[in-house]
Design a protein around this ligand. Sequence first.
Ligand code: NAD
Length: 264
Amino acid sequence: MAGKLEGRTALVTGSTSGIGLAIALGFAGAGAKVMLNGFGSAAEIAKARAAVGAAMGVAEAPYSGADMSKPEEIRAMVKACEAELGACDILVNNAGIQFVAPVEEFPEDKFDRIIAINFTSNFHAIKAALPGMKARGFGRIVNVASAHGLVASPYKTAYVAAKHAVVGLTKSVALEIARGPVTCNAICPGFVRTPLAEAQVKPLAEKHGVSEDKALTDFLLERQPTKRWVEVEEVAEMALFLVGPNSGSINGSALSIDGGWTAQ
Ligand code: NAD
């Protein structure tokens, strides 16, 4: 429904690429003013700002370069959103990274970084944005967790732990705010066609000595019964519903969009 976010403002972390960019485009297309965040080359960032800006009817969307591993930068990003857009009605915690290794070999700095970016950043952003949402009488928090927030895979200790923690944080925050005007939910996608996930295909092909197509269906998507990627637009559509006018009774949910992975 075009225009269902008219008058709303949104901050989407990790929105220079992949799922976050698709969510930002979806929100802007529905009438929201959106602040972007994330890393990338100057050209990639400019491209994302221009694309989301076009959907907003401006030359470029507002952008914060805040590093989600740095609490003070997260707080400044939320403040910048409130100052530049007038509010932060919608917060999507989406920024994330991946690293795969057996637990005995998992580099400690990589483990800490995944926990900081994929999980702790959600706490800092929610803590910073919630007071304004309550004061203005409306708020929507969407945390992009993962199927790995509900079930585990080997060699992804940091990622699985971080995403389970995101689901736990989501539930706890949702209970705290249940009687107010804000909701907090998690989205749990299976394997989505993005740079983060596509980067895992080649190493699997090399490890098993098979083609990348076979590595995708037989190994990466082993437990995704549809045997196809979830598309970013499918995740964006779910996020759009969660922040729209008819989602006020969805609170503390971890909504799967995983082709049946966690139905098994
Ligand atoms: P992506 O690599 O395309 O995008 C990740 C985004 O996060 C980018 O904009 C990147 O610049 C940003 N980012 C990374 N580190 C950052 C930091 N320190 N500070 C600020 N921004 C940072 O990946 P994606 O697949 O679109 O992933 C987005 C989210 O979806 C992640 O939380 C990921 O765990 C989750 N997810 C992805 C899949 C999948 O299969 N792709 C499945 C389930 C969940």
